[in-house]
Ligand binder design. Structure first.
Ligand SMILES: C[S@@+](CC[C@H](N)C(=O)[O-])C[C@H]1O[C@@H](n2cnc3c(N)ncnc32)[C@H](O)[C@@H]1O
Length: 224
């Protein structure tokens, strides 16, 4: 199944399991929002890459109400959930796009993304980072919540086991968990965190660092 169909098939129920599948939901999105808040204190234009049902944009819009938000996704069904969530709020607009091949809109003061870019090949990740930089104003920020590999099978398996333990403790339904693991096994191409930082720097972000890390994901904060 293609990625757009895989997410499209679960779009209507996606939000139900999201909190349980990300046991540190408040911390991880909170760290990303904290990194962006000073930068967007006076407002700004924000692009969300792979917005899905709008989780990251919703958190950021609470903290930064004076911004405008362009939400993109390859799945029309996921984007429709965002449209429903933000209906009547003219700060939000929507773009059905495959960010690997379609041109990115711009310019923006910040670009955000959460749990998306690990679905791409490593070359596509590096190329996307450079294309994101091209669409940012000077000093613009790119905050990317995303997965990483630590580079050895046993280590990655240990992190996944820790996550599974906490997800089950959070009471996720077995159907949602099975579907999430199915998507992970089909689509995930996790890169080393240090490679992701290097691709960011090479792509036009001299300041790139990890602001938060838990399980097999991190908040990558980059400034143009
Ligand atoms: C795991 S979901 C994350 C959604 C949301 N960002 C969140 O934090 O809940 C990944 C999303 O990325 C979208 N996606 C995957 N590849 C994409 C691409 N090449 N272009 C645009 N969206 C993509 C999927 O359709 C899906 O909605």
């Amino acid at each position: 199944m293609e990625i757009a169909n895989a997410f499209g098939a679960v779009a209507k129920v996606y939000d139900q399991a999201r909190g349980a599948l990300i046991p540190d939901y408040a911390e991880v999105y909170g760290a990303a929002v904290d990194a962006l808040k000073p930068h967007l204190a006076d407002g700004g234009r924000v692009l969300d890459i792979g917005a899905g049902t709008g989780a990251f944009a919703a958190e950021l819009a609470n903290a930064c109400p004076n911004c405008s938000y362009v939400l993109t996704d390859i799945s029309q069904e996921m984007l429709d959930q965002s449209k429903e969530k933000f209906a009547g709020d003219d700060r939000f607009s929507f773009l059905h796009a495959n960010v690997v091949v379609d041109p990115l809109p711009g310019p923006f003061d910040a670009v955000i993304s959460s749990y998306v870019i690990h679905h791409m090949s490593h070359d596509e990740k590096a190329s996307l980072f450079a294309r994101v930089s091209d669409q940012l104003v000077p000093g613009g920020m790119f905050v990317n919540i995303d997965q990483f590999s630590i580079g050895d099978e046993a280590g990655d398996a240990a992190l996944r086991a820790e996550w599974l333990r906490d997800v089950r403790a959070a009471g996720v339904g077995e159907a949602s968990l099975t579907a999430a693991i199915g998507r992970m096994d089909a689509f995930d191409q996790n890169a080393l965190a240090q490679d992701q930082l290097q691709w960011l720097r090479a792509g036009g972000f001299p300041f790139a660092e990890i602001a938060y890390e838990r399980y097999f994901w991190a908040v990558f904060v980059a400034r143009k």
